[in-house]
Design a protein around this ligand. Structure first.
Ligand SMILES: Nc1ncnc2c1ncn2[C@@H]1O[C@H](COP(=O)(O)OP(=O)(O)OP(=O)(O)O)[C@@H](O)[C@H]1O
Ligand SMILES: Nc1ccn([C@@H]2O[C@H](COP(=O)(O)O)[C@@H](O)[C@H]2O)c(=O)n1
Length: 683
């Protein structure tokens, strides 16, 4: 997951490949609660691992429900069978509506039955999301529910600590037109109270988001409770209902998350050698309502096929066709249509989406504001949004997309990177996707392509121990970019030469064919970078490479043109989405001459010797400061005087002498320079 401040997505050109979707959030959290309320244990496969499911798992653990993460990746929940081992608890539920609503209902009923008291709270936005209709329904049942901050909204206190009688004689009334999660919460809970008689739930008003209720009923049935439904008005929980574990239950891929990749297939030209986007984990037989997004995508022109558990999408009509659609049945996935509308042949209107206003943020306002930033004309109403795409390529703007702590806003707008103007898109706070799809951007980058020239590179060159590596790693971390420590490649060649018995001293290098042998060695060595570790022929040589003798050997082999040419392709391969920070001696002059930002980093020789001394001592290497100073002067001299790719600033490099700067100050300076190079408005 990208935990950076923002993520800059370069302009994207094409897409192709296969995406494996994470589990559905709606199914995951329902299954977790059902498993906890059941008798017996339930093994859940493909459970979504995200912020919202973590919140639910944590809450269940606090309530005394045993949850095991098994070695085969399954999660085993030991059901409580309607008991309540923990009688008081304070539960923090973040911004997870799929945890707050069902747990409110379940704990209110269990607290009444067994005597208990529970405090439920969340993030600030959760305290702005209405829950009054659910609370009113629970009070009809005789449950004690108290608002501890503002009437109608969490935080809540459930129960008094003492058992109280539940009133189940009359049908329970619940509003259906604000959030279907209120009805889901009651449906999931009331089998706990339907021991001796039927319980009826009557829906007041038009029930929205019905597909989510269908998921609820489907899953309840798998846990042994058959709810009778009369139209969408009355639901009856039969007397004697009791949840029983189905043993094992799979979670299908998230259909709402599929919408981004369906849209991607519809928007992006196919990458060479690819045949569109394949999605695994969810298909035409999905029980999730958002699977009907495929109908909307087809209306807009997507060429879409599939079977029970997979989907396949290619670009069909282009530009996409504008639509005017009632989106009540696909409230979450419909946000993706708003971004598809940016590529349509006219204005698109998405109707009946009033529920957007009470989601993670007011999504009508959010989508309208951010689409406008990109250059679209947007009209918004109480329950609709109309989007007119930018009139021409020139009308698009490079936008910094504010994401409102809303995972769907972040994911949708990544697709704006296919804009015809070839502009990058900045996604602020990309980690908000952790709510449902922590690896969304990594998955996107795996199936998207763009010419290397579109992928930004920051080069940091300079003499030894000037702080290049430190600065490059910090910048890559801050920007979510890949990192190339090119010096490590030369160090690897030095080490590989030593292992192969190839001498690298001056006399040996003058011998016939020695340079060719070293070049061949450099092209054939098996190198693997895994996290912070470097493997040479599968041996972890990370520590070995950092010694000063490895640095000197590197300096010798790096003067060999055959070695430098052999390593060129390997270095270019590091230029991957979303960007690269590369450090070395010739990054800006030879390897990435088109880099957007080139910095030549220097510091006085004595400063550098002191830094290196400190660094080596802290790693347990023996070091003498005078020897280090002499060595680094020798190394600089050799690196600067060689005929091939000598150490020198690129003509367009910015020079930074960091002798008097702290590491943080150097990073800040680089970030200022980088921001100046980007197309995004300054904040
Ligand atoms: N601005 C700075 N102020 C103080 N110490 C620094 C600064 N920059 C880097 N250092 C320290 O100097 C040491 C050497 O830095 P680093 O290894 O990043 O240099 P380098 O230029 O990559 O060297 P080499 O080219 O030999 O790999 C590190 O221990 C680092 O923490
Ligand atoms: N682009 C580069 C990077 C490094 N070298 C040579 O390798 C030696 C070791 O580099 P470190 O950055 O890891 O210290 C260095 O002294 C250079 O001779 C290079 O030539 N080009």
């Amino acid at each position: 997951m990208y935990s950076t401040d923002h993520l800059d997505i370069p302009p994207l050109a094409s897409a192709g490949g296969t995406v494996q979707l994470p589990g559905s959030k709606s199914i995951s959290n329902r299954v977790l609660l059902l498993a906890a309320l059941s008798t017996g244990h339930t093994d859940i496969t493909d459970l979504l691992d995200s912020d919202d499911t973590q919140v639910m798992l944590q809450a269940l653990a606090t309530l005394g429900c045993q949850v095991e993460h098994r070695s085969n990746g399954e999660v085993r929940v030991h059901g409580l069978g309607g008991t309540l081992p923990v009688k008081t608890a304070a539960l923090f539920l973040g911004n997870a509506g799929t945890a707050m609503r069902p747990l409110t209902a379940a704990l209110a009923v269990l607290a009444s039955q067994h005597g208990g008291q529970f405090d439920l709270s969340g993030v600030a936005r959760m305290h702005e999301r209405p829950i009054g209709d659910l609370v009113d329904a629970l009070r009809q049942l005789g449950c004690s529910v108290t608002y501890t901050l503002n009437d109608g909204y969490p935080p809540l206190r459930l129960g008094t600590g003492e058992p109280t009688e539940l009133t189940i004689d009359a049908p329970i009334q619940i509003r259906g037109d604000v959030s279907s999660q209120f009805l889901t919460a009651l449906l999931l809970t009331l089998p706990l109270a339907a021991r001796t008689r039927d319980i009826h739930i009557d829906v007041a008003g038009e029930l929205i988001s019905r597909p989510y209720i269908e998921i609820t009923l489907n899953l309840m049935q798998r846990f042994g409770v058959d709810v009778k439904r009369d139209e969408w008005k009355r639901f009856t929980i039969p007397a004697g209902s009791q949840y029983r574990s189905p043993g094992r239950i799979p979670v299908e891929g998230d259909a709402s998350s599929a919408s981004y990749f369906i849209a991607l297939g519809a928007i992006a030209p196919c990458s060479p050698g690819c045949d569109g986007i394949s999605i695994k984990g969810v298909g035409l037989a999905s029980i999730q309502g958002d699977i009907r997004f495929i109908e909307a995508a087809r209306l807009m022109g997507a060429d879409l096929s599939g079977d029970a558990s997979t989907l396949h999408i290619r670009r069909g009509a282009w530009p996409l066709k504008a639509i005017d659609l009632d989106c009540n049945h696909i409230p979450d996935a419909a946000m993706t249509l708003a971004v598809m509308a940016l590529y349509a042949d006219g204005p698109s209107t998405l109707r009946n989406i009033a529920s957007w206003r009470v989601k993670e943020t007011d999504r009508i306002v959010a989508m309208a504001t951010e689409c406008r930033k990109l250059g679209a004309l947007v009209e918004e109403g109480p329950d609709f949004i109309r989007i007119t795409p930018p009139a021409s390529a020139e009308a698009w703007s490079a936008a910094s997309i504010h994401t409102y702590d809303d995972h769907r806003v972040a994911m949708c707008f990544s697709l704006a990177a296919f804009n015809p103007a070839g502009l990058p898109v900045r996604i602020e706070d990309p980690k908000c996707v952790g709510k449902t799809f922590p690896d969304y951007f990594e998955t996107l980058f795996e199936v998207c392509q763009t010419p290397p020239a579109n992928i930004p590179v920051i080069c940091i060159d300079g003499p030894t121990a000037s702080g290049k590596g430190t600065l490059a790693a910090a910048l890559a971390h801050r920007l979510g970019y890949h990192l190339l420590d090119s010096g490590a490649l030369y160090r690897l060649v030095g080490l590989a030469a030593e292992r192969a018995g190839l001498a690298t001293d001056e006399t040996a290098l003058k011998a016939e064919n020695q340079a060719d042998r070293l070049g061949e060695l450099a092209s054939s060595m098996q190198v693997r970078f895994t996290g912070d570790h470097i493997l040479l022929n599968e041996e972890d040589v990370t520590e070995l490479l950092r010694s000063e003798s490895a640095g000197m050997a590197a300096s010798r082999v790096s003067a060999v043109p055959q070695v430098r040419s052999a390593l060129l392709g390997l270095q270019h391969d590091f230029r991957q989405l979303p960007g690269l920070v590369a450090d070395g001696r010739d990054m800006g002059t030879v390897v990435f001459p088109d880099a957007a930002l080139k910095v030549f980093l220097t510091a006085s020789a004595s400063q550098r010797a002191q830094r290196r001394h400190k660094q080596l001592i802290s790693k347990g290497f023996a070091a003498n400061i005078d020897d280090l100073l002499a060595d680094l002067i020798r190394r600089d001299e050799r690196d600067s005087s060689r005929s091939h790719a000598p150490l020198r600033p690129a003509e367009d490099a910015l020079q930074l002498d960091n002798s008097g700067l702290s590491i943080e100050q150097s990073i800040d300076q680089m970030l200022i320079w980088w921001q100046d190079k980007t197309a995004f408005p300054k904040v």
